[in-house]
Design a binder for this molecule. Structure first.
Ligand SMILES: [Fe+2]
Length: 337
């Protein structure tokens, strides 16, 4: 694929080259070299190549392109020609605010809250194939978005903890989450059950969860405890390329607020407890393999959500990172034996 005239493949600080593959692949643009229309026309004309580069590399970053606003980011997203996955339809537990029909705030959790590595919505039966991030305002300090190649993580985990890796693959994982009755913006997982499930009443919430295969329990203060059906923990994204596609790290380390206890948040699909030593190996591997994307205003990052995990470092000052999801997929898992 030929870069657009005025742009080129570039490098960024701390870029990784595991298995001789740049992570992320970066395109940079010379200041004032192209217009937004030229950029979106190029994206649209090369969308198949760009999407396959996202799968091959895990992430493709664009720096210095003429995309200063949420509307420009929306135009980029539209030019990729991939089907929108509206946040309202997701079963995610984060509180987010829509900015344009396809663009919303990445997470409304307070700046000091660290968000741990995850594949977007891997803890629910519905997830997006692609996630795109955009920086509207770069933070004064901190606030990087760490990215991690999940295929490399999984191949390392198979070497270091083969029994645990096999157990994850064979038994899957299931997640338990307590949702409040009203959105709680102080938590990274404070989305209400009304919003999460798109329902008004308790009976509608029960019907929706049963339809999705969840089990549930009503708690005090209008809180709803929901446990997913067993879900896959490993995905074969291409022949021989397996990724650790799950929410293990974020659930184990980060599903903590006034309603949730991380030690109760995740089990294998057969109900057995996780080997905490092996989980800690996975957590450490993600940090060792991480590339921290330090945002510049106007940056866009396109991720194949089935290949790369993402997270959020704490920050100071104003940080506005927006996101868009595309191509809703479904997942289910049959426990064997
Ligand atoms: Fe996320």
């Amino acid at each position: 694929m030929t870069p657009l005239q005025g742009s080129q493949i570039a490098s960024v600080p701390n870029q990784r080259h595991d298995n001789n593959s740049a992570f992320p692949l970066v395109y940079s643009c010379d200041p004032g070299a192209i217009t937004l229309a030229q950029f979106t026309e190029w994206v649209s004309g090369n969308r198949d190549e760009l999407l396959s580069l996202a799968t091959q590399h895990g992430a493709v970053a664009f720096r210095g392109f003429p995309t200063p606003s949420a509307e420009d980011f929306d135009a980029f997203v539209q030019s990729l020609g991939i089907e929108n996955f509206p946040y309202a339809k997701s079963l995610s537990n984060a509180v987010r605010i829509n900015r344009t029909p396809r663009v919303f705030s990445a997470n409304e959790a307070p700046p000091e809250v660290k968000i741990f590595f995850h594949h977007e919505m891997a803890q629910t039966p519905l997830y997006p194939k692609y996630i795109m991030f955009f920086c509207e305002i770069a933070p004064q300090s901190g606030g990087a978005t760490p990215l991690c190649r999940s295929d490399i993580l999984y191949s390392e985990l198979m070497k270091q903890c083969p029994e645990f890796a096999a157990k994850c693959e064979q038994a899957g994982l299931q997640y338990t989450n307590v949702m409040p009755g009203n959105d709680d913006p102080n938590s990274g997982m404070g989305r209400s059950w009304h919003s999460t499930l798109g329902v008004e009443t308790k009976s509608a919430a029960e019907a929706r969860l049963r339809e999705l295969g969840y089990s549930l329990e009503w708690l005090a203060n209008d809180c709803l405890k929901a446990t997913t059906p067993p879900l896959p923990a490993v995905m074969e994204v291409a022949p021989g390329q397996k990724t650790f596609f799950n929410q293990l790290i974020a659930a184990y380390c980060g599903w903590k607020d006034e309603r949730n206890d991380p030690s109760a948040a995740i089990r294998h699909g057969d109900g057995s407890k996780l080997d905490s030593d092996a989980v800690n190996v996975a957590v450490d591997l993600a940090e060792q393999l991480a590339y921290d994307h330090q945002w510049h205003a106007g940056d866009i990052v396109l991720l194949d959500n089935t290949v790369a995990m993402h997270a959020r470092r704490p920050f100071q000052g104003t940080r506005k990172v927006l996101a868009s999801l595309a191509e809703m997929q479904t997942q289910s898992f049959a426990v064997v034996g």
